[in-house]
Design a protein around this ligand. Structure first.
Ligand code: FAD
Length: 389
């Protein structure tokens, strides 16, 4: 069978792309190497724009949908130790911390409920065909590894939503992102020995890892999600310490405030390909979505919202293509639509990182202004919480 579309990956980007295509009447095969529910290494933090976007897509989020912790504000600590609490305005569209085990399963189930066909499959590379007129190779499907066999699956369009180690993107371009475009992050779940933890996401900027930060997020059920996000690999490598050591040092540095017992099995690290350029996210006819398209924001590493948005926009462009628009028109539609809204805010967040966060004295000055000026406070909240206005 030749599907209208094959979506590789059932994370937030893939699940939304697949369900939006099926809702538009297309036959879609979504594949993932993992059976769901599955964990994804993540801080689990989501700005209020995630609920806004899901609501726009008619996906209802409430306390029964999946386990999550509602967030009431953000705690920021700059390199010098200056700190600030910025409350979030109460609203139905709130920020949350939702363990990905549950959140991704919720979106995956939504896709199945929409009529998406799903198969667990280890994809090894894109299936390519030479252009009839001698033009560039074109992606016409995927190749699965089944035991010692390689099995081909064909589709009119392929959407690569297979994350930071995307085999589709590596098969087309050699790598997903350069070291300069790749943040590294480590996360773990733990239990605070101190009883109550406020519903705040806590960011601690760390001078020796500029522009990097440690986080402590309340994950519900008296658990916390803790971790480190490092955005300059040169700084990380020069420090000659591995991520586990750096995480232990970070938790030591906050131990007078929080004493946290880590669940050793959950200590895991993973790269984050961050957004740096407006270049096209359609390669050899394949549409790149979420981490596979380097859409995480370069300031916080937040990639869930961008994955959902690009999954939706890719589905709109692919729908046009399947209804007869040329590949170049559909490519233009996808690129122009993500550049206009999401692209602008990703650019802003990258600029804030390079002009404020990467300069400790400037960052301290901004924090000082934030304690007195409501406008600066609001600006800090929207940027540092990774909001996409
Ligand atoms: C430590 C850490 C902390 C983070 N914290 C946050 C945070 O707090 N908030 C936030 O917004 N973002 C955070 N991020 C980023 C966020 O996790 C990603 O940006 C987001 O998951 C991207 O979604 P996606 O759908 O593109 O890809 P993914 O969620 O990675 O999904 C990709 C899917 O593809 C599947 N897949 C991969 N390869 C294959 C293959 N060969 N064959 C078949 N299937 C395959 C995988 O199994 C997976 O299910 C963090 C990242 C890390 C590493």
């Amino acid at each position: 069978m030749i599907y209208d579309a094959i979506v590789v990956g059932s994370g937030p980007g893939g699940a939304i792309a697949a369900s939006e295509l099926v809702r538009r009447g297309h036959s879609v095969l979504m594949v993932d190497r993992a059976a769901f529910p599955r964990d994804k290494v993540c801080g689990d933090g989501m700005p209020s724009s995630v609920i806004q976007k899901l609501t726009e897509l008619d996906i209802k989020v409430n306390s029964r949908a999946f386990q999550h912790q509602r967030i009431e504000g953000i705690y920021l600590q700059s390199y010098s130790g200056r700190s600030l609490v910025i409350p979030e305005r109460p609203s139905n569209m709130y920020s949350m911390v939702a363990p990905r085990l549950n959140f991704d399963y919720f979106l995956h189930q939504h896709a199945l409920a929409c009529g998406v066909r799903f198969e667990v499959m280890d994809v090894v590379e894109p299936l390519l065909e030479n252009g009839s007129d001698g033009s560039d190779k074109h992606v016409v499907g995927i190749i699965e590894r089944r035991g010692t066999q390689r099995v081909e699956h064909e589709a009119r369009v392929v959407i690569a939503a297979d994350g930071a180690s995307s085999v589709i993107v590596r098969g087309l371009r050699g790598r997903v992102a350069s070291p300069e475009e790749t943040a590294v992050a480590i996360r773990a779940y733990g239990t605070p020995r101190t009883p109550a933890i406020e519903p705040l996401v806590r960011f601690y900027y760390l001078r020796h890892l500029t522009p990097g930060y440690g986080w402590i997020f309340p994950a519900g059920e008296s658990r916390v999600n803790v971790g480190l996000g490092l955005f300059d690999q040169a700084v990380y490598k020069a420090g000659r310490k591995d991520l586990k050591t750096l995480l232990a040092e970070f938790l030591d540095s906050v131990s007078s405030e929080f004493s946290i017992e880590l669940d050793a099995q959950t200590v895991k690290s993973w790269p984050i390909p961050v957004w740096t350029t407006m270049e096209s996210r359609v390669v050899n006819g394949a549409y790149l979505v979420g981490d596979a398209g380097r859409f995480a924001d370069a300031l916080t590493g937040g990639g869930i919202f961008p994955a959902i948005v690009t999954g939706h926009l890719a589905a709109i462009a692919v729908d046009r293509h399947l209804h007869g628009a040329s590949l170049s028109d559909a490519t233009r539609l996808y690129d122009e639509s993500w550049r206009q809204g999401l692209g602008r805010s990703l650019k802003r967040l990258l600029t804030v990182r390079d002009t404020v966060i990467a300069r400790p004295r400037v960052f301290d000055g901004v924090m000082l202004a934030g304690t007195t000026l409501p406008f600066t406070k609001k600006l800090l909240l929207s940027n540092l919480a990774g909001q996409h206005a």
